[in-house]
Design a protein around this ligand. Structure first.
Ligand code: ADP
Ligand code: MG
Length: 425
């Protein structure tokens, strides 16, 4: 089978890496990919939002399956376009991808279907939102842009002043463009976050193991949100009782509700959860694998990913058993210093070849080739991912791997995984 993976991050490197191990897969292309992906797949220089060019490429190359990594092409309707031409593609339709592309949709959907989530108000007028915040007494409060914002659309504001500044940036100064034209203002939820991903053929679903992301740039969850600075899997806080609650209170009503509303969902559904006093509530849905949770998760996945993808198409997901290595995994993201703000790129990455443990793999994100050199080419650069007997061992191995790798402005968090240790028995 010929497979095309769309995207260029650590998640897509993990997808390509995992698919390349499938006996069903003979050849892999990746558009546009990165230096690490280029070592195991043929790179195609087409951007993820160039749907028509991607379609033409898939037709010309006679691609059997296209696997979409990021949310942007899904929200632009890539699945609908490919399927219209009779091409097989893995991911939700544009109508179903709205669970990620509109936070307002998802909040109102939760209300309609009694899915636990923070109480909220919706605003399309800056003046009204400002008045609402001005009279509010409960802080922190969370301000969310409605549309896609690459991890920059949410501000957890500790004070009234912070909340008003965030609102002004989004609605008045249009810092996020049209994504911030409407906002959700919601209650701050206490608790611990966890990521729960499932794969569904729209009728049935199977759940992946849990994982946990680290959104903030700084150690011990300080500083602004990022695309994700590291992840571990499984998340000890999600035990079997919690899984049951997540299925019954969040996943099942969601799949049923989407089908009822003619938005039947196929593909990977990502639930970002807050767990407080033994109860999960929904923070957000994403319409694809999380990054970097995907790296941590696929590193433990034993089942053939191509088989999972095919079973979705055949509506036989209930016949698949997804197996995971019982070991823990940790992915530590190495970034360019300055990210998520300004940073410089083009720095040579050294030491990549020194990491040669069976249990460690370096997924590339923002990397590029310059002659024989591999250079930095983005905010998040690498995801050093390790397996260990338990979370503590996995953390140790990931950081050992990192100790070999350097470049001019490398930055990484030192505490990835540590919040899971307190829950590990
Ligand atoms: N209601 C909330 N209470 C507490 N923290 C929140 C809340 N909503 C979002 N957050 C924090 O902000 C982060 C980003 O919010 P999220 O809705 O996941 O947006 P996105 O991933 O699209 O940026 C979450 O991972 C969480 O840390
Ligand atoms: Mg999120």
């Amino acid at each position: 089978m010929k497979v095309l993976v769309i995207g260029s991050g650590g998640r897509e490197h993990a997808l390509v890496w995992k698919l390349s191990q499938s006996p069903l897969v003979k050849e892999i292309f990746c558009a546009p990919g990165n230096a690490g992906i280029g070592a195991i797949a043929k790179l195609v220089p087409i951007a993820v939002d160039q749907i028509f060019s991607l379609l033409q490429f898939a037709q010309k190359e006679k691609i059997d399956w296209t696997v979409v990594g990021p949310e942007l092409p899904l929200s632009l309707g890539i699945v609908d376009q490919f399927q219209k031409e009779g091409l097989k593609i893995f991911g939700p339709s544009q109508k179903a991808a709205i669970v990620e592309s509109s936070k307002i949709f998802t909040k109102q959907f939760c209300k309609r279907h009694h899915i636990p989530t923070a109480d909220f108000e919706i605003f399309d007028s800056y003046e009204k939102a400002k008045t609402f915040l001005f009279h509010r007494e409960k802080f922190p409060v969370v301000i969310k842009a409605d549309g896609l914002a690459q991890g920059k659309g949410v501000v957890v504001a500790a004070t009234k002043k912070e909340s008003l500044d965030a609102l002004e940036d989004m609605m008045q100064n249009q810092k996020l463009g049209s994504a911030g034209r409407q906002v959700v203002i919601e209650d701050f939820l206490e608790g611990e976050e966890a990521t729960y991903m499932i794969v569904t053929d729209s009728q049935n679903y199977v759940a992946f193991d849990s994982s946990q992301d680290h959104k903030r740039i700084g150690d011990f969850d300080t500083g602004p949100n990022t695309g994700g600075m590291g992840a571990y899997s499984p998340a000890p806080i999600v035990d079997s009782l919690m899984r049951e609650k997540i299925h019954k209170k969040i996943i099942e009503p969601t799949l049923k509700g989407l089908a009822q509303e003619e938005r039947a969902y196929q593909g990977v559904l990502y639930a970002g959860l807050m767990i407080y006093q033994g109860e999960p509530s929904l923070i957000e849905f994403n319409c694809r694998f999380g990054d970097p949770e995907c790296q941590a998760l696929l590193f433990r996945l034993k089942t053939d990913l191509m088989e999972i993808i095919q079973s979705v198409d055949q509506k036989k997901i209930n016949q698949i058993k997804i197996n995971f290595d019982s070991k823990s995994s940790v992915c530590v993201v190495m970034a360019s210093f300055g990210y998520p703000g300004e940073y410089s790129t083009g720095h040579e990455i050294r030491g990549l070849n020194l990491v040669n443990s069976q249990d460690v793999f370096i997924f590339h994100a923002g990397t590029d080739k310059k002659g024989a050199q591999i250079v930095t080419h983005g905010g998040r650069v690498l995801g050093v991912t390790a397996l260990g007997e338990n979370l503590q061992m996995a953390i140790k191995k990931a950081y050992e791997g990192i100790s070999y790798i350097t470049w001019n402005n490398a930055y990484f968090r030192k505490d990835i995984g540590s919040k899971g240790l307190k829950d590990e028995s």
